[in-house]
Design a protein around this ligand. Sequence first.
Ligand code: NAI
Ligand code: MG
Length: 358
Amino acid sequence: MNYKIALIKGDGIGPEVVNEAVGVLEAVGEKFGHTFEYVDVLLGGCATDAVGKSYPDDTAEKCRTCDAVLLGAVGGPKWGSDKPAEQRPETALLAIRRDLGLYANLRPAVLRPAMADACPLKKETAEKGIDLMMVRELTGGVYFGKRDRYQTPDRGVECTDLMAYSEQEIERIGRRAFEMARLRGKKLASVDKANVLETSRLWREVMHRLAGEYPDVAYSDVLVDNCAMQLVRDPSQFDVVVTENMFGDILSDEASMITGSIGLLPSASIGDTAPGLYEPIHGSAPDIAGQDKANPIATILSVAMMMRYSFQRPGEAAAIERAVDAVLAEGWRTADIAGPGVTPIGTRRMGELIRGRI
Ligand code: NAI
Ligand code: MG
């Protein structure tokens, strides 16, 4: 097959990690008989520098002509919060997700076998393993609700952020999560705050309706505060976890930290028609940019997710994941995951080793 991939390399370490992921794609192409075509797309601070705004007009259109999008990372102190919104990289990230209709954010949290020592949880807990998939609703809820700021007569300034969800929004993310559970361990936990929030009560009603359609998936409701506790007490109890936007933002960061390193975790944002967007969960790491120090594994594993979820190529995805695990098992580490006494290798060398194991 020939696949066309939009590359949004972005800022900071973005270009460095994307280059290594492209190298791995090339190795996959050679082994499995695919070819990849790349289209460079500008977004983020680099776009502000080039054309004066972080989200150039043709960005989404260029992405739509491709089969998938690979994004490095955007942002940096140079384009900080003192700049107008259209020049800020964060604005561009929200805009591209919205314009491509990417309503489902998939964040696996996996403790890679060779990295068990990096897990900050109790040894007995880590030994049970962590392999969960967080499915976060990405285009609704309080982050996209109406907001307001006004002066009150007696209480100073008051602000509001509206949390809203429709049945349709809940149902489409719910279906994604049930389908994902079918592909994995057939267990789904739906996280809400139904004891307090009306949006959560609707969330639960819709999820229960769907649960009837997926009798092969073991379904449970979990309150968000309890979920936060259970993630550090015993994350092995979770397979797929689905939740609304803000809860998912917080819980997915928590889930990633229990696996030890942000340099290892990929993510995907998908919709119904537009190409899926794949990216590491980390940012542009300006502190180490341009020094050949960044860990490219999160981006390389993002490409594995692309193979699995956009191209339905689980064999290719597994080959990438096995290559990463093999290199880690041999003890190779970039600086962010090198323990005491371990000499770290650079970004390019890590990429080269993983390519070699494909
Ligand atoms: P960050 O993830 O860029 O860095 C946090 C810490 O982790 C830094 O010490 C960094 O050196 C380290 N780190 C991150 N990725 C690494 C990797 N692959 N290998 C080795 N070490 C790594 O988060 P921070 O510092 O909060 O944000 C920096 C910039 O990135 C900001 O402008 C922020 O807005 C942006 N950002 C962009 C995201 C995106 O493009 N999706 C996501 C998060 C932040
Ligand atoms: Mg976050």
